[in-house]
Design a protein around this ligand. Sequence first.
Ligand code: DP6
Length: 361
Amino acid sequence: MGDFSQFITKTPSTIPDKGTFSCTSPSNIALVKYWGKRPIQLPENPSISFTLDVCKTETTLHFEKLNHPTDDFQFELFFEGKPKPDFKPKIQSFFERIETYVPFLKHFKFIIETKNTFPHSSGIASSASGMSALAYCLMHLEKGINGSMTDEEFVNKASFLSRLGSGSASRSVEGPITVWGNHNEVPGSSDAYAIKFPYSIHENFTNYQDTILLVDKGEKQVSSSVGHDLMHGHPFAAKRFEQANSNVSKLKNILISGDLDMFIEVVESEALTLHAMMMTSLPYFILMKPNTLSVIHKIWEYRKDTGSKICFTLDAGANVHVLYPHSEKDTVMEFIKSELVVYCQKGQYICDKIGLGAKLL
Ligand code: DP6
């Protein structure tokens, strides 16, 4: 399971009375996918993602010291200004998982206020941005208590805590590109937390665009926990984890060399493999919708006709992330508006791009 003792903070002798931290943290889109985990929240294979910029969660953490630490966590939760009891169990189990590493949690009463920049029912996972925003706020509280922390220790632990909330959240703390999961060709990489891609990234990827087509805004058919579980005993699991490792090697070289044709191949193959895993598990799922496929075919046609470097990736759902270089922004947007928006529910899409990670406000 690994030794994570470096992240254990001793219960401090001085604890601030009260205060507030507000942070934002973005969503991210995996290029090499994390699909399959073992306890607790450790990935079966390394993954790489673009950190996003526009789709993010803003969280304010109010804390007030209790006279006596309590037996249970004391917190209230507000989403878009309203109490949100349905989110409480997720935060409760997050607190339980991180308590060893943040032992001062029971010394406070917390009020957590949170909101997203993207519509809640957009099918965009808010766990990555939500969990990392909360972890980032807690790290600022910890930094106030344990001031000796270096910047590197701070971001590593913020990612470590985020991971315990949601695996992909570990990749949202920093940007523009992060790697989560141990890989022998990525120095510093770890299953315990994500790191910034440790090489200089080719300028082809500067300001890379991600237009998210909201093909289906319905509730998720398969929660990610159920989804990850499907990889236990999956007939193709071992091969898939091997392939992900090799795709991380390929993508590492691509991000350094700027080879966009190879980028397209790895990224689209990863998206389709993720869905292939779901189609070939028991129970099996098809999470794409007819419109997802129509969009994919349109993208392929456009690429063939124009030589554009546009490509797509998918999450565990029907929405399509359309990825393309900044230099093609105007032309691809024209194509999206004229050819792809018809496949979006209520014509909705979100223009996002590669971003830099969590921030203190
Ligand atoms: C398909 O991070 O949502 O988006 O660790 O159970 O919270 P939990 O899972 P989660 O899984 C994300 C899966 C994915 C691929 C990816 O982001 O790498």
